[in-house]
Design a protein around this ligand. Sequence first.
Ligand code: IMO
Ligand code: MG
Length: 400
Amino acid sequence: MNSVVVGLQWGDEGKGKVVTYLSRKYDCVVRYSGGSNAGHTVDYGQFKLVHHLVPSADLRLRKGMYIASGVAVDLSVLLQEIEQIENLFPGSSELLQVSKQSHVVVPFYRELDGKIDVARSEPVGTTRRGIGLCYANRALRFGIRLEDFEEEQSLEKRLAELTKVWNLQVDTKLILSQLLDMYRRLSYLLIDSVEAFEKLRDKDLLFEATQGVLLDVDAGTYPYVTSTNCSSSGVQAGFGFPVRLDKVIGVTKAYTTRVGEGPFPTELKGEEGEKIRRLGGEYGATTGRPRRCGWLDFVLLRYAVKVSGCDELILTKADVLNGFERLAVCVAYDIDGVKVRDVKNLRNIHKAEPLYEEIEGWRDLGSLSFERFLKRIEQETGVKISHVSTGPKVEDIVEL
Ligand code: IMO
Ligand code: MG
């Protein structure tokens, strides 16, 4: 069985924890999108791991991990993460493979990412991890792939060409030697995509998305999005081969967060938003930025469920709202004086005035009012909730 876990909001829904928990039922966890802009925090109890590139497989169970060609690979981040998992679970990096056809984030992409973003009249607020640059260079056919490292001379030429295109005064020789050094340390992990496909085609694969449907470059709140198809639609292209998905599992928080710029109709700018941020620890795992917080938005959730083909839902962070007396959900928008329950695109959501309905709070997740909240989500989305996360740790999850 093949499944994908996608975020149904603007990222940080708890995909890492969910993937770690679900990985016990699969042979291998596959990353197919994004790069080190992702930050998936997994709380094992005794320690926490933040995954930026290494798939969030349960390391205690020694499952396979594969970084497919659709991922933008930052070699320094990958090396750091490997060191981290090796310290905790010696020998675990042997279970990891990385596609030779994946593109490399060249160090100066990060700086360019920031420069491009601040040059905009309305910045996106990227993570500055060079992800947009990596995918742009891939599309421009100036990108550097891991397989290019096999021929040093041509790599040098490619790198020089890249600096010329972007008009950079950098020490190409130094960058080259740093990249080569990192590449050599990682070379034992590399595999051609075709070989990986042959090894994995008969296995049970769990695809781990990055970001969220609303940050997908096509389906999301363009231009305030990331640079890949991080929704379920990106699985085939990011993996590199046809793969039948048996299940699309969507993860949503009981409220909404967003980090970076862009429209966010249910954002709570005052005290309530601050309270959710504090109680939910809503600070970016990659950049440390405070996340913008707001109520759950059924208009956007329905949209995300629809465009991702979501078959089942996993609800996270409802425990953060334990004890809140007043809770609200957005049931529709007022756009230019018209009540809108469903949107066909996200073009006008910057104009959306959320129409709220107050709902009864819950003392804890055993409360009847919480059960009613779950039913309400199922009614509004037309999709069943399969699991509810009850706390931060991997095991804090119940199957319904
Ligand atoms: P995970 O996988 C939340 C946001 C950035 C910015 C926009 C574009 O942890 O859910 P980029 O660096 O990708 O060019 O930035 O996307 N963003 C995320 N927000 N979670 C993420 O990943 C994100 N990855 C990118 O804040 O608004
Ligand atoms: Mg994150």
